[in-house]
Design a protein. Sequence first.
Length: 361
Amino acid sequence: MPWIWQSPSWPEFGYDAQIIEADLARATEVIGEISGMRQGLGAEEREELHLRQIVQEALGSFGIEGVLLDPAQLEVSVVASLKHRDRHAFSRRSDAIATLLLTAREDHAPITAETLWEWHRLLFFGMEVEDLGRWRESGIEIVRSATAGRHDVLFVAPPAERIPVEMARLLDWIAQEQRMPLAIKAAIAHLWFETIHPFADGNGRIGRALIEHIFAQARALPFSLSRQIEAEKRAYYEALQAGRRDDDNRIDATAFVLWFLQCLARAAEAARAEAQFLLARNRFFLRFAHRLHPRQENVLRKLFAQGPQRVAEGISARSYARIAGVSGPTATRDLNAIAATGALRRSDAGGRSTSYALMLD
Ligand SMILES: Nc1ncnc2c1ncn2[C@@H]1O[C@H](COP(=O)(O)OP(=O)(O)OP(=O)(O)O)[C@@H](O)[C@H]1O
């Protein structure tokens, strides 16, 4: 079977503007809403959201099989990278990943082959991988579930000797293309990059960093898209396959572009909920912190750190005692004192199951 890169239309990617129109409008609208919400945050809150975003992205999408990234370690690395953006000496993999993610989002220089090689070195910092920091030197095929002796070849990428020319053409297109809506440009660049599959490993992750980089040319995405792609991996793979239809004189990428825009909107909606939660938390402490004992505030902050679901469950004397490291009677006394400030409301259940709801506005 001839592969798409063997077609005479390669690499003329196109899409049906009418089919994607509504989804493009939706994605643009919700991204705009989040950017607007961010404008309304204080500098500290914005920095916190940014930090969370990078950490989530790294955790959700930049781990390596079998080598888990430690969230706390990663946070330290991201904070350090945010403070010293030009640093080049790392001792840990999490430092290198944090630098990769920040560079992809914040470096406005046109992307070159050297940039991508550098990202590849950062991605695999401290690890032994084939063709580190350069294009792959052997062939690659993408297979579906390779079981002993049998597998379906989904796609064969272009041979290694074509990569320098193919990548030069893609990078040139990224530099030149100015008219296309950014979200569509990012989708096509990603699809094109994955079709070339220029590295021996890490093509998914570098391709996702490329998306962030393209958005950052105008305005960095105010949330993590990689995390959403990771959560929808099966549909993503199908969209990659479906988004390369040979259509006489062009490659019809409509199916992939459509999926990408919808994924973008879902990521933005999740980010909106997170930002709203953060704002509600800040308003909560603004209203009540001055009336709380430091231990009480500390327990409530720990609860918020566990996310919206945990906060919605409220807190019992038992969990308060565990979090604060105090006895049951002290926990009950503290909870009643907090309830007296109006920050908590005691549930009617009573007895051992008594729980206190947090009074968010
Ligand atoms: N049919 C396909 N054609 C082209 N590219 C594909 C296809 N299916 C998957 N891909 C891409 O290949 C990536 C996997 O390639 P590779 O293993 O080199 O990347 P990775 O970064 O190590 O993996 P991951 O994306 O799972 O983190 C997928 O993330 C996807 O972007």
